[in-house]
Ligand binder design. Structure first.
Ligand SMILES: Cc1cc(=S)c(O)co1
Ligand SMILES: [Zn+2]
Length: 258
């Protein structure tokens, strides 16, 4: 099969051929149906501590645009549904070609124009790669933030300003070392959905504790438009790089809010 993508001939409907787990029982994303989620008073507050990176790239890997430090620097995620500390690995985006589509998770069937994923790996593993292959839903912890069009997002501006520099697949730029990743996050990481799922791109490993925030982040129309100029590895606009929702099967979605 041609390298996987989101086009007619290599999109999500084809991925099962190289990744049979695509038809597994713990796949992501899902439609978060408020009438079916269950409040869990035992869910603790989440704490993300992000230290500015001295050497990080912003890159176009052909299917997303991604902030990728060269090495860990003690940036970590703890609390919430997590039993141990998770190390920050990267963040990236999924978006659509118009404001009616683009997010991977949905809320009562509603899609947002984009979704931002902060990927972390279970620190009891020697590396990110080992964490992905560790088996079970505690290898990675991914924070999902919906993006909606509104006020300009000053914290994301240093990143969205770099998008034109990574228009083509395989390109990357160095991110200024004063980029403050912590500023992207809301002051308190409350009100989230959490469930056991998978990577939403091949290899689709079922190794992810998903934490999806109820409150979207805002970005300006101009910031949203910047994403839509990015080209994927098939030479097409990257917009539409989202996987449709997968069956929940017998999983429970818990919420930290009533
Ligand atoms: C590790 C990883 C996680 C997600 S959610 C993605 O889209 C790609 O890679
Ligand atoms: Zn993702």
């Amino acid at each position: 099969m041609a390298p996987w993508g989101y086009e007619k001939d290599n999109g999500p409907a084809h991925w099962h051929k190289d990744c049979p787990i695509a038809n597994g029982k713990n796949q992501s994303p899902i439609d978060l149906i408020n009438g079916e989620v269950k409040y869990d008073s035992g869910l603790k507050p989440l704490t993300a501590k992000y230290v500015p990176f001295s050497d990080a790239k912003f890159l176009n890997n052909g299917h997303s645009v991604q902030f990728q430090p060269s090495a860990g620097n003690g940036s970590e995620l703890t609390g919430g549904p997590l039993a141990v500390k998770y190390n920050f690995e990267q963040f990236h985006f999924h978006w659509g070609n118009n404001d009616t589509e683009g997010s991977e998770h949905r809320v009562d069937g509603k899609m947002y124009p984009a979704e931002l994923h902060f990927v972390h790996w279970n620190s009891t593993n020697p590396s990110f790669k080992d964490a992905v292959g560790s088996g079970g839903p505690n290898g990675l912890a991914v924070l999902g933030f919906f993006l909606k069009v509104g006020a300009e997002n000053a914290a994301l501006k240093p990143i969205t300003d770099l998008i034109p520099k990574v228009k083509d697949a395989g390109t990357s730029v160095t991110v200024p070392s004063n980029f403050d990743m912590q500023a992207i996050l809301p002051a308190t990481l409350t009100d989230y959905y959490t469930y056991d799922g998978s990577l939403t791109t091949p290899p689709l490993a079922e190794c992810v504790k998903w934490i999806v925030f109820k409150q979207p982040l805002e970005v300006s129309a101009a910031q949203m438009e910047a994403f839509r100029s990015v080209i994927n590895r098939d030479g097409k606009p990257m917009g539409g790089n989202y996987r449709p929702p997968c069956p929940l099967h017998d999983r429970a979605v818990k919420t930290s809010f009533k």
